[in-house]
Design a protein around this ligand. Structure first.
Ligand code: ATP
Length: 383
């Protein structure tokens, strides 16, 4: 059993008298066996959060609890956590076997033959038994990362902490290792906190994801919840590639008025806005449909500016057809359509923005006032 709780955890750094708030009052309950991904842009406080859990940074405020016990002031070696870094951090002068055995030799009183057996078992599980007598310099990047993971696993810790462990690998290997790591974590059932700036990694690997920005926790949710029901504009814009399209709008006579178009709203959607006057409309590229001609209330005349073919999908950059040269003219936005959909630069089409797919955010706070409709089946996601 290892339930890890971050309760109002805060970290300040002092930079020549200036106070840097790296992590501001973060609270997350991580369940036993859960795979939690901490994700956010560079400098948002992900590594600092992980390092506080590992005991490599002190906490400035709040508490860290492992199974109900406050571990905030415990030395790293006494926390029963194992950390895996981006840089692998293997000892270059030791063989793989020695690297894997080192932690157990240092921190336990296990007999040598027991350690040896544990190392061999783990090496077999990781598919690195042929590499045991090699030195790190004789290994590829992928093999080194496998050894680094093996070294964490062999310690049989209560919690794995992983800081961008796959980012030094090439794209193909990264994707293979992603699946492998997930399977391994599921089989071992060890509570895991995984840091990445890569939203694809977060979406595909996490049971839940915790999105950080500027030291502040924005949302903790399953990947699909965060994607389809973002708590705010930051989360909505951070998750998804290409990003959500945003349009500034005012609410007038039951419609959203933007510089480019007027978007009539249903009563239900209007109710969600609680009388807000200024909002931001958000729509994901994959929710925009391209139709031959604008015919409906939510269809707009557009010209295709650029098509980016990705094979399975085309990213289509669209420009509103505006009569004036005024504000909003030349504004492009993105639609993602099936790769087989025939579309070319210069095409004049209709862009349909279905009301069931729109998000509306408060313009000042960024808080989501209205999120897209969701398929009830899709909400049955294992937690
Ligand atoms: P990245 O993805 O780039 O590694 P991150 O999300 O992991 O970023 P952190 O490394 O946790 O971000 O840094 C959070 C903030 O704290 C940043 O503004 C960083 O400059 C600052 N910071 C981190 N370590 C220190 C330190 N030892 N002294 C001063 N400031 C620090």
């Amino acid at each position: 059993m290892a339930e890890l709780v971050l309760d109002g955890v805060t970290k300040h750094f002092d930079d020549d008298g200036d106070r840097i708030v790296a992590v501001d009052d973060a609270s997350i309950d991580i369940e036993d066996g859960e795979f939690l991904v901490l994700v956010g842009p560079s400098g948002c406080g992900k590594s600092t959060t992980l390092r506080m859990v590992a005991g490599l940074e002190t906490v400035s405020g709040g508490e860290l609890r492992l199974d109900g016990t406050d571990i905030s002031d415990r030395a790293p070696a006494d926390r029963d956590v194992a950390m895996v870094f981006q840089s692998y951090a293997l000892y270059p002068h030791m063989t793989v076997r020695e690297n894997m055995a080192f932690g157990l030799e240092e921190s336990t009183d296990m007999a040598d033959d027991v350690i040896d057996e544990r190392v061999s078992e783990t090496a077999e599980m990781m598919g690195i038994e042929e590499l045991l007598e090699r030195k790190p310099r004789e290994l590829s990047g992928g093999q080194q990362q496998r050894v680094a993971l093996g070294r964490a696993i062999v310690r049989d810790p209560e919690v794995f902490l992983m800081d961008e462990p796959l980012s030094n690998l090439d794209a193909k290997l990264r994707s293979t290792m992603r699946t492998e790591l997930q399977r391994l974590q599921e089989n071992l059932g060890v509570t895991t906190v995984y840091v990445t700036h890569d939203q694809t990694e977060a979406m595909t690997m996490g049971d839940r994801i915790a999105i950080l920005n500027d030291g502040r926790l924005q949302q903790v949710a399953t990947p699909l919840e965060a994607y389809h029901a973002p708590a705010n504009e930051f989360v909505a814009g951070f998750l998804g590639e290409p990003s959500m399209n945003f349009f500034d709008a005012s609410v007038e006579d039951g419609s959203l008025i933007t510089d480019q178009f007027t978007y009539p709203l249903s009563e239900d959607t209007l109710d969600d806005l609680g009388g807000a006057d200024d909002v931001r409309l958000g729509v994901r590229p994959e929710d925009i449909e391209l139709v031959e001609k604008p015919v409906g209330d939510h269809d707009y005349a557009v010209t295709v500016d650029v098509v980016e073919p990705l094979g399975d999908e085309n990213n289509v950059y669209l420009e509103f057809d505006l009569d004036t040269e005024g504000e909003g003219a030349g504004r492009t936005f993105t639609a993602a359509v099936d790769g087989t959909h025939p579309v070319a630069a210069g095409d004049e089409l209709g862009a349909r923005i279905p009301e069931s797919a729109i998000h509306i955010f408060d313009v000042d706070s960024g808080v989501a006032l209205h999120n897209r409709e969701r398929d009830p089946d899709e909400q049955v996601i294992p937690q």
